[in-house]
Design a protein around this ligand. Structure first.
Ligand code: ADP
Length: 449
């Protein structure tokens, strides 16, 4: 089925990203927006625009009925959800398909399977992915938790089955604290996700976060596009991502990438996905799978030359993958900085009017952003206002170019975390690629003292 008009159920830079891929394929776009986003760039660029509600995301970007009505009245024949909002909502995917609208995403049953972390882990294990040692499934009682924790050894991590964004997660250093922390995790999970199911994992001391990009055609064919290293995190939020990972050898990449691709083929997975692992001492441990496009997907595009959104759209049209595994080459190095409207060191959000804006440019510099001079960043949504993605033939060259590009970026009127990125790129550990998921918080704590 040829798609002719895509409704983009998102906002900001990712809505623009999808719009661009669509237009390059000769496909029209429909923007949806809240009243707070009437002047947003994604609305200005789209061929059609429909207002779907007031500022609060619950009433607009998460409003299923309004989005489906917008698709009906605008005669959209496909919906792309972007990331966040409804992108991993299996029910929404089903509703879209029930309206005979093409869903540019994975099969609803796979979104559901991977959305529950306990089921995701069991499924991943069955598909041959290496797991973090832990409870085989949900943990019912404190006694059971104690028994499992004793087997895997402390510290352990209590995690919420419906978790996300690091919520409902507690590190338990020793047995005497297990009962209290487990009940805290349960009540946190209950209030955040309406589900207090928890499970146990061995707590890894100093891992890296390494994730593989995968693609399936839904008919048992799947490929991988290598990994991204997203170890630079604060409160489980990624700050800077790079591809390839500074610590993986070509053999490890090919081996692990193939394990991921085989798992997706076996599953009959459709569309884009990301399989996330913690990596420690040369070993991979599956933590979760994201059944959508990721914020950091452009670093993969930079080193492989594959347009991931175009691929998603093609697959939704029922066409085969446009590349074979053996055609994919990993060349050079790419780094992405997430530019947020926030204080660079206290991280307090800084919404408001952008009085002046100049984007970095030049060879191998990509800026994905929806802001412009005169634009008012609304306080209702995520603070990310731009992504700066830089490519270089080597990691060193990429970093030199990234520093140059960061110096060129000007955003006035609001605070941004550009100074944080500049400070990070002066750190020997970052320059050497020598950092784990713990590095940034330790660095920030030291800076404060
Ligand atoms: P969420 O969906 O809440 O983001 P994840 O399972 O993706 O939860 O974990 C988020 C982050 O928590 C990881 O990127 C990592 O920093 C940390 N983490 C998760 N599991 C473990 C573990 N077993 N040991 C150490 N850190 C972990």
């Amino acid at each position: 089925m040829a798609i002719t008009r895509i409704l983009i159920a998102n906002r900001g830079e990712i809505a623009l990203r999808i719009h661009r891929a669509a237009h390059e394929m000769g496909i029209e776009t429909v923007a949806v927006h809240s009243t707070a986003d009437a002047d947003a760039m994604h609305v200005r660029l789209a061929d059609h625009a429909v207002c779907i509600g007031p500022p609060s995301a619950t009433d607009s970007y998460l409003n299923v009925a309004n989005i489906i009505s917008a698709a009906e009245v605008s005669h959209a024949d496909a919906i792309h959800p972007g990331y966040g909002f409804l992108s991993e909502n299996a029910k929404f995917a089903e509703i879209v398909e029930a309206h005979d609208i093409a869903w540019i995403g994975p099969k609803p049953e796979h979104i559901r399977t991977m959305g529950d972390k306990v089921t995701a882990k069991t499924t991943a294990g069955d598909l041959g992915l290496p797991l973090v040692p832990g409870s085989p499934g949900a943990v019912g009682s404190v006694e059971e938790a104690k028994k499992i924790a004793a087997e895997i050894g402390y510290p352990v991590l209590v995690k919420a089955a419906s978790g996300g964004g690091g919520r409902g997660m507690k590190v338990v250093p020793s047995e005497d604290l297990l009962e209290g922390l487990m009940s805290q995790a349960k009540s946190e999970a209950k209030s955040a996700f309406g589900d207090d199911t928890v499970y146990l994992e061995k707590y890894l001391g100093n891992p890296r976060h390494i994730e593989f990009q995968v693609f399936g055609d839904g008919n048992g064919n799947a490929i991988h596009l290598g990994e991204r290293d997203c170890s630079l995190q604060r409160r489980h939020q990624k700050v800077l991502e790079e591809a390839p990972s500074p610590v993986l050898s070509t053999e490890e990449r090919n081996r692990m990438g193939q394990v991921c691709a085989d798992a997706m083929a076996q599953m009959g997975y459709r569309g884009a996905g990301t399989i996330e692992f913690l990596w420690e001492n040369g070993e991979f441990f599956f933590i979760e799978m994201n059944t959508r496009l990721q914020v950091e997907h452009p670093v993969t595009e930079a080193i492989t030359g594959v347009d991931l959104v175009r691929e998603q759209i093609r697959i939704a049209e029922g066409r085969p993958l446009s590349v074979k595994q053996e055609d994919i080459r990993f060349e050079g190095h790419a780094i992405e900085c997430r530019i947020n409207a926030e204080d660079p060191f206290t991280f307090a959000p800084s919404p408001g009017k952008v009085s002046y804006y100049h984007a970095a440019g030049g060879m191998h510099v990509r800026v994905d952003s929806g802001i412009y001079a005169g634009y008012s960043i609304p306080p209702y949504y995520d603070s990310m206002i731009a992504k700066l993605i830089v490519y270089g033939r080597t990691r060193e060259g990429c970093i030199m170019r990234l520093k140059r590009a960061l110096d060129e970026m000007v955003v006035e009127g609001v605070k941004t975390n550009i100074p944080l990125h500049q400070a990070l790129l002066a750190e020997p550990d970052i320059l050497n690629g020598d950092y784990s998921i713990k590095w940034l918080e330790a660095w920030l704590a030291e800076r404060e003292s």
